[in-house]
Design a protein around this ligand. Structure first.
Ligand code: DQA
Length: 152
């Protein structure tokens, strides 16, 4: 693990409503609470963490491009509904070639069939789906416990 690896947690559309939005599916933890918890976990793991959320596709693309300038080592990405639609976001990730973990709060395979397709899973280091907000914690510890070269 390089010194103080830098991680971007990137959250797609409607995730700003976490805690209020369909709590039976997405839980009662707000995005703010989730990010505060992840920042604490990152501090303990000696990782640098930046958290961003946008409802707008081009802002997510810009954030992925910006990751190159910011020296981001890994991205933890919940593309939300863009999971199932966005070739542009997929292309942004292949363009910057920063390893990323795809996270879904709900189990997308236990839901409507249109959620079974992801534009990201085959290019991700791995996908975590169905463990609620805990999925982000799992992704962060996966990054911390694997050395960079073994995950690339
Ligand atoms: C989601 C699953 C997507 O299908 C959905 O559009 C979301 C959230 C999840 O975290 O479970 O907005 O990515």
């Amino acid at each position: 693990m390089p010194n103080m690896a830098k991680i971007l947690v990137l959250q797609g559309p409607n995730l700003n409503l976490l805690g209020k939005r369909e709590p039976e599916l997405y839980g009662r933890t707000t995005l703010e609470q989730l990010h505060a918890k992840l920042k604490e976990q990152a501090r303990n793991l000696q990782l640098q963490l930046i958290c961003k959320q946008s409802n707008v596709e081009h802002e997510l693309i810009d954030a992925i491009h910006q990751s190159l300038n910011d020296g981001i080592d890994f991205i933890i990405f919940n593309p939300a509904a863009f999971t199932h639609t966005s070739i542009a976001l997929r292309d942004a990730l292949t363009a910057v070639a920063i390893p990323f973990i795809e996270v879904h709060i709900s189990n997308i395979f236990a839901r409507e069939t249109f959620r079974w397709e992801s534009y990201f899973s085959d290019i991700a280091l791995g996908t975590i789906s169905g463990f609620g907000a805990e999925g982000y914690t799992l992704a962060l510890s996966a990054i911390a416990t694997h050395n960079t070269s073994s995950m690339k």
